[in-house]
Design a binder for this molecule. Structure first.
Ligand SMILES: Nc1ncnc2c1ncn2[C@@H]1O[C@H](COP(=O)(O)OP(=O)(O)OP(=O)(O)O)[C@@H](O)[C@H]1O
Length: 199
């Protein structure tokens, strides 16, 4: 079994990379969904401060790898030879996945400079998005305090996302195809990624 995880600073392009993987027919487990689910379970609004508060609380109560551990059963349940995990936030999560999946765990970091990420955030308009570059900087710091920097440093591959979406789609597809090729069983619906830009 191969697990590919995307790691990167906020708005670097992890969800976009996961969308590409999903379009290729690879099952995707989104770590942030574990936190969003917990926010809703606690009856809170899914905004940036509540997501951050619950993420911090989960890690404080259950350990820095709490979210990763909650994802392992979901990963195994897919029954797929190749699974993508979106949203590794810290080195403890990387260690948790490496312990569970050994060399089958591949970490891909996605890099884009803060100015580029902020301009993309402004266009994205997600409910938990920040409306100033200072807000994004604070979010960066929060994520770095969870060990994001160490996780990025521990990656096996880096993809730069500082160019057009078309270039990013091409680069991510190429990297994923390499790993798909080395799996004995391909995902059932191995779709084309040609129509991704139109969605
Ligand atoms: N190369 C690109 N060109 C233009 N827009 C892009 C590019 N890559 C990503 N985007 C857009 O930038 C925004 C941020 O990307 P995305 O949501 O994938 O980031 P993320 O790393 O998942 O963010 P977060 O950590 O905040 O969840 C999205 O609206 C995405 O469609």
């Amino acid at each position: 079994m191969k697990i590919i995880a995307f790691v990167g600073m906020p708005a670097s392009g992890k969800s976009e990379a996961s969308r590409i993987a999903a379009e290729m027919g690879i099952p995707v487990i989104i770590m942030g969904d574990v936190i969003r689910k917990e926010v809703l379970k606690r009856g809170l609004e899914p905004n940036d401060s509540n997501t951050g508060m619950v993420a911090t609380d989960l890690r404080k109560c259950e350990g820095m790898d709490a979210v990763a551990r909650r994802c392992i059963s979901q990963i195994r349940e897919t029954g797929s030879e190749l699974v993508v995990v979106d949203g590794v936030r810290g080195i403890a999560e990387v260690e948790c996945f490496r312990k569970e999946f050994g060399k089958g765990f591949i970490l891909i970091s996605i890099y884009a400079p803060i100015e580029v990420r902020f301009s993309r955030v402004q266009k994205r308009g997600r409910s938990d998005d920040m409306n100033s570059i200072e807000g994004l900087r604070q979010r960066d710091e929060r994520e770095l305090s969870w060990g994001m920097g160490e996780a990025i440093n521990a990656s096996n591959v880096e993809i730069e996302n500082n160019f057009t979406l078309e270039t990013f789609i091409k680069d991510v597809t190429e990297v994923l195809r390499n790993y798909l090729g080395s799996c004995s069983a391909m995902p059932k619906n191995h779709n084309s990624t040609e129509n991704l830009l139109e969605q």
